[in-house]
Design a protein around this ligand. Structure first.
Ligand code: NAI
Ligand code: MG
Length: 379
């Protein structure tokens, strides 16, 4: 067996530590049961508490420390602090979320993959029975675009205030994103037991999202790049939606989508919608990857945030984090076949747990869900 791989566990704050407790217990049992060559280290930063005692969300060399790991699992960030008592320590969203954006940017984790597949037992918010066939992968640009952090406020707080928020789209980032979407679409079609049918008898599809009618500069760069790369993938059906129409179609006929490729902001918004199509925030995982540099640690995290409204109440569904852990293990599986077996076992356990709810059982609580899964694993 090769050298052990190291996973950084970053609980964060809000519901993050609660869902990470479950993920850590499950990971420990998987390591034991499959003799996995994996170790893990749990960090108390980035977090609200760390900011409170150190004046920043994480140490200045935080990203450099995390770069040494083979993968990272994040719970959630964004605990604002006790809002009801303004004398207490309150953090703005942009400060608390900054470490996540720093990790994505500084490690160049430019592809954010968010699978959205409805599983039996998950809440089904759309009445149409075809809503159970939803199986899409939204790939969100993760390094630039609307979240480039360029701009500022002139004369803040005055009637003359001017705020600018500049969007930056480069040919390099656009090209690698769109090519990755086509590769993934092709790969998904080869992994499916029952082929899906798209236009012209094709079994894979990529839908490009823009707002090119109102934002033509980057919209046209995306569109031109999309058509150029599509010519290299004649087996993949192509499709374009303006982001507002895509919101309607995600509700009207989400089963028609396969791979969806979108900018940073559009992908962010569409994936909360896609999460609800698959049962809600507690069931939506994600991966932040650099497909060109597999040696950089990828970051896995639930799509949801710190959920301050339910934090500390045993109400957070830990399964989005467990699904993210399963994606992390899938991503490391090429190092050792046992890691792939453990990932498959975890996928199966999550599905079995959800299936209980198909039989009318209610979500049983963060800790209870963790205890049940651990009992099944230890059996
Ligand atoms: P949120 O995802 O934290 O919560 C939205 C709604 O979903 C809330 O009603 C919450 O109770 C529910 N929810 C979230 N996760 C759940 C789970 N596991 N089980 C059951 N219900 C769950 O989004 P919100 O309220 O917009 O943001 C709160 C904070 O989180 C903000 O500071 C935001 O910036 C941050 N945030 C952080 C993210 C991250 O760490 N990756 C991603 C999104 C938001
Ligand atoms: Mg989001």
């Amino acid at each position: 067996m090769g050298q052990a791989l190291n996973i950084a566990l970053l609980p964060g704050d809000g519901i993050g530590p609660e869902v990470m407790d479950v993920a850590e217990a499950v990971l420990d049992l998987l390591i034991q049961r499959y003799q996995l060559p994996l170790g893990h280290t749990r960090f108390d930063w980035p977090s609200h508490a760390w900011h409170q005692s150190h004046g920043q969300m994480m140490p200045s060399d935080g990203v450099a420390q995390l770069r040494e790991f083979d993968a990272m699992l994040l719970g959630a960030l964004g605990d604002p602090g006790p809002l009801e008592d303004s004398s207490r320590f309150v953090l703005s969203d942009s400060v608390s979320l900054a470490p996540l954006l720093a990790l994505r940017k500084q490690l160049d984790l430019w592809a954010c993959e968010r699978p959205a597949r409805w599983l039996p037992g998950a809440p089904q918010y759309l009445a149409d029975p075809r809503a159970r066939e939803v199986d899409m992968l939204v790939i969100r640009e993760n390094s630039e675009g609307e979240y480039s952090g360029q701009g500022g406020r002139l004369a803040p707080g005055t009637a003359q205030e001017v705020a600018t928020q500049v969007e930056v789209f480069t040919a390099r980032a656009t090209e690698r994103l769109i090519r990755h979407a086509f590769r993934r679409a092709r790969q998904r079609s080869t992994q499916r037991e029952v082929p899906r049918q798209f236009k012209n008898d094709k079994h894979a599809q990529v839908c490009l999202i823009t707002k090119r009618n109102a934002q033509p500069f980057w919209g046209d760069l995306y569109t031109d790049t999309f058509h150029r790369i599509a010519a290299e993938f004649p087996d993949v059906d192509i499709h374009h939606e303006l982001v507002d129409a895509a919101c309607m179609k995600f509700v009207q006929c989400p089963w028609r989508f396969d791979v969806v490729v979108a900018s940073n902001l559009h992908g962010d918004i569409l994936t909360d919608l896609a999460a609800v199509l698959c049962g809600g925030p507690g069931l939506a995982p994600s991966a932040n990857l650099n497909p060109d540099e597999p040696s950089l640690p990828a970051l896995f995290e639930p799509v949801h945030g710190s959920a301050p409204d339910i934090a500390g109440q045993n109400l957070a569904d830990p399964r989005a984090t467990l699904m993210s852990l399963a994606m992390l293990l899938d991503n490391l599986a090429h190092h050792h076949p046992a890691i792939g077996s453990a990932a498959q076992h975890l996928h199966d356990l999550i599905q079995a747990d959800l299936a209980r709810e198909a039989n009318g059982e209610a979500f049983s609580g963060t800790r209870e869900t963790g205890q049940r899964l651990c009992q099944w694993l230890a059996a």
